[in-house]
Write a protein that binds this ligand. Sequence first.
Ligand SMILES: [Cu+2]
Length: 489
Amino acid sequence: MGAVVATASLLPSPGVPKQAGRSRIRPFRMRLKIPPIARPQRVTADYDFYDVAVRKADVEIVKGLRTRVWAFDGRFPGPTFKVKRGRQVVVRRRNRLDVPISTHLHGGEVPWRSDGHPSLAIEPGEVYDYVYPNGQEAATLWYHDHLCHQTSRNNYMGLSGLYIIEDEDESDLNLPKDRFDIPLILQDRDFRPNGSLRFRKTVDQLLDQIYLVNGVPMPYLKVSARKYRFRILNASHSRIYRLALADGAPLIQIGSDQGLLSAPFPTTDLLIAPAERIEVVVDFSNYSVGSSIVLEDRAGTEVTGVAKPVMRFDVASVEPDDSSLPSILKPVEPLLPGPGTIEREFVLSKDFDKNRWVINGEAFDAQRVDIKPRLGDTEIWTFRNASSMAHPMHVHLVRFQILDRSDGPVSPGELGWKDTVRVDPSASVRIIMTLRGFSGLYMYHCHNLAHEDHSMMGQMQVLAAADGPAYAGSRESEPPGSFVCNLPA
Ligand SMILES: [Cu+2]
């Protein structure tokens, strides 16, 4: 069965069957779409209320074909939430699909019952209200499906979108905003000749050759000769991109997973693993109207010798630019270990006998609590990769800083607050965090979705602080024994 892919010269894809028939997907034929901003259905004194149907929809991804997706509000990707720090939000999600779902707010400091626990499924026909306090600093978060053992499929089918928290510290900086502040959601996909998504179940990785940005294959974007802010999210299953502008111009990184860096970091080489976010400013004022700049993926070029196009910026006009790029963004105070710092080690490996991925030898079990960190405590976690694949490790609830990598220095672009960290093959990474927010059941796991499903995930029961609830909304969770996490038939 031949997939609908572009010509081999444009998209080198060793091992992938050539298309049977006319190529429908070529780079730079379709315009970048911007996901719509979600609108609250009701605004009360205490919170904004959103009502979102999760349903099937037929959308045009490949020109001239309809693709059936599972989508928030029928959108692929889902609508972008733009919320203010300190303003509580309730999102009601109505499951109109034929399968259970569970929605995680990735990077969100939220009560555990709103965290999308893989066992807290919304069954078909059911409704669930997620409460998002938005007490944290400005950051580009995202929401996506987190259903037990089906996260990979549910995400592939379309269940993800952006969730942006804004605050005054950030808006005071006068970075490029509004139509000059653009999300770029990266996903790779494959399609059957009829346009349907070609999901495959796998334990190791799912890499596809068609790059989508905001659900459009290798699009173009008309820009003005001025500064832009791009919020890049890697929402792919397994793919790690190495992004660069083809002409070697700098991408100026200003933020990572959990908000702004201390200072801008100009680079020509942006490594972004699944679930990570990188924010950049690109200044097109050095280009004349009529010029084009390709954003490309240089991962694997050592082998193929050919970079793959991601999208193209077409400089189409000149516009005034009153935005700023300050040399100091937002100081990130380093977290320091103290006498009471707790240390934990997580060995990441494959259990070849059972053909699954494990943490400290254990596959995920919803009935088992793996660790019990306490609110207010500072902890250092070592992720030791005892395998030959990279693992982007994500910790729910907390934000952390990267202390060191065994295989080289920590990039300046990784020195901000993070919630996901790439752990390279056979290497170790140490992270440091202070538990804050809410007590309850939260997950930590690999964000290669094939690994997450099979079954590189652990469960932590975050305990209330020793001197009582330190944060509003804190409460002990119910014991995990009340959960089921059925393996799919
Ligand atoms: Cu992994």
